[in-house]
Structure formats: C-alpha cells, structure tokens
Design a protein around this ligand. Structure first.
Ligand SMILES: [Zn+2]
Length: 201
C-alpha cells in the first residue's frame, strides 16, 4: 500500500487537477490524503468552502487536512514550507501531487515552489494542471481516468460555491480529459496529464 498526498492551495484544485488519479489510487487500496492550504475565503462572499471539500473527498474516502494560510496571499517562503513539511513528516508519502509552477495564479506558483522544498524527502513528485495553468504546461505522465470520469465530474460539481465558473462545467472537465487522451493518441478515453518533477526508483 502506498501513501499518496495531494496538495491544493484552494478547496477545488485537487478535484480539477487530479481527482481521477486519486480515485484510481484509492481503488487500488492506497492511502490517499488531501491537504488544502487555505479555506478558499477569497473566492466566496458567504458560506464555507471547506464543507464542499469534505463532501468531495468523502466520495472516495480520502483523508482531508485543512490549513489556514491566507487565500490569494500564500507565500513560497518558510510559512508555507513548514506547513508542507509537517504533513510530509506526519504522512511520509510515497508520492506527492502539487499544482504546476507554470500557472497564472500566484497561490498555485507559490504552492509549487514551497512544495519543492517541503517535499525534499519524497521520492515522487508530480505537478497537475488547473484552469489557470499556463500554455507552458507540457505533461509527460498520463493516467487513464476513464473509469472515474463521472466521479470526477461529480466531485467538481460539489463545489457549488464556484459553480458560476465555466471551467467547472461538465463539458469543460470532460473536454480537458478527452484532449489529454488525444494528446497521447488514445481514442474514447479520459486522461489526466502531469509534469513529472521527480521520480526516484
Ligand atoms: Zn486554486
């Protein structure tokens, strides 16, 4: 059994970036953990986005950890690094999934940079894409999530508080996964693409 840690700056990043892959790990019997660095308070006027994360993580029985770094103001420095180090020490993950550094959202870039430091002891690090990932994101690791496509769409949809955003629509989530499949010449499949940051075997 492997221990997997997915890190999201905001409550919906893991669902958008790697929920299908996390579902696969869980189905294989692995220990899947979600760490969300902020409560996403910058993206909502009222309500509690953490409840949405609890519900979507619950779809696959992933363990959920919340931190309270400031939404939109995540630093790439010691504050964030020490939070990530704490969970790396606690969980001793075999693999970590983080947002790509090629991202136009400052919190995503800061999380990437802090995670490179905080995850030094981890042997496998993969970067996922988000709706704000830039054109420079070029995946070189692909996971077939066809069996989990509907579950991923459901998980994204739970984040109702963000529902007005076009990138959360069924067709957008499905379309990206289909595009990534075409990227590697797979027809009638859905795929999540990652950038391998480090793999030590
Ligand atoms: Zn985000």
């Amino acid at each position: 059994m492997k221990t997997i840690l997915a890190i999201g700056p905001h409550p919906d990043d893991i669902e958008l970036g790697c929920f299908g892959t996390m579902s696969r790990f869980k189905k294989a019997g692995d220990n899947v953990n979600f760490l969300i660095l902020t409560k996403g308070e910058g993206g909502i006027l009222e309500g509690d986005r953490t409840l949405e994360s609890i519900e979507s993580a619950g779809l696959i029985g992933a363990k959920l950890f919340f931190e309270t770094l400031p939404d939109r103001f995540i630093s790439e420095g010691p504050e964030t690094i020490s939070v990530i180090e704490k969970y790396v020490e606690l969980l001793k993950p075999n693999a970590v999934f983080i947002p790509s550094g090629n991202d136009t959202h400052q919190d995503h870039r800061a999380t990437f940079n802090a995670a490179l430091v905080g995850c030094r002891p981890v042997k496998e690090i993969y970067a996922y894409e988000t709706p704000s990932t830039s054109r420079n994101f070029a995946p070189n690791y692909f996971v077939d999530i066809t069996d989990f496509m509907e579950l991923k769409i459901k998980a994204v949809k739970i984040h109702n508080s963000q529902g007005g955003k076009g990138y959360m629509a069924d067709r957008a989530v499905r379309g990206l996964a289909e595009y990534r499949a075409f990227d590697i010449l797979l027809n009638d499949k859905y795929v999540e693409g990652f950038d391998i940051i480090k793999v030590i075997k």
